[in-house]
Ligand binder design. Structure first.
Ligand SMILES: [Fe+2]
Length: 206
């Protein structure tokens, strides 16, 4: 009896989530997004413009920074939450020890909120492509602007990745091109930069 009650509760909550996600996909900023809401799971209450994502299995250190701009591509956008997650050094979304929420996104996930100058920065490791190597290595990213629902932008991709296709290189990327040029500094850290433009190639932005 107890179990079925719990089951009913779970069913009820997932049905609610589904109901709030599905019918308004044509109206929500960015259109439908499978998994964007997972950004809210485990999100710290207070966010800084910089974060460190702790690697769980080694990997090559990577720092990514940039500025998030308003639609005009010039005015910095403060207080925008950027959520990123990516595979580990073997190409898996391995959960962190004890991770209970958003396991689908793995343990390598983090949040930032842009400062007054629109800046963000995260330190992590370079992700590896999925083991089947059908896709280039990538960092997923979801944006949450004040007053708008969360929506995904194009993945961070690496210009030196042999799996990066011509098609990917020329597509109209959401949020502006996600292809970064990573260069290794004297300490062996890969340094990359990506500036984002809010609303660029984002359906239903207004
Ligand atoms: Fe992925």
């Amino acid at each position: 009896m107890k179990l079925s009650f719990v089951g009913l509760l779970l069913l009820g909550s997932s049905a609610l989530v589904f109901a709030s996600d599905a019918p308004d996909a044509s109206k929500r900023v960015g259109g439908g997004c499978d998994g964007c809401k997972l950004m809210l799971e485990g999100m710290p209450q207070t966010l800084a413009s910089q974060t460190i994502i702790m690697p769980v299995d080694g990997g090559e250190p990577l720092e990514v920074e940039g500025v998030i701009f308003q639609e005009d591509g010039k005015t910095p956008a403060p207080s925008v939450i950027l959520y990123v997650y990516h595979t580990d050094a073997k190409g898996f979304y391995s959960p962190a020890p004890g991770q209970t929420v958003a396991r689908r996104h793995g343990g390598l996930r983090g949040w930032m909120q842009t400062d007054a100058n629109g800046r963000y920065k995260f330190r992590t490791i370079r992700p590896a492509p999925y083991p089947n190597r059908h896709l280039p290595a990538h960092i997923h990213a979801v944006v949450k602007e004040p007053g708008k629902n969360e929506y995904y932008i194009d993945d961070f991709l690496f210009d030196d990745d042999p799996l990066l296709t011509r098609e990917k290189r020329t597509q109209d990327a959401r949020g502006g091109s996600g292809i970064v040029q990573a260069t290794r500094n004297a300490n062996g850290v890969w340094i990359a930069r990506r500036d984002l433009v809010l609303g660029r190639n984002i359906p239903h932005y207004h």
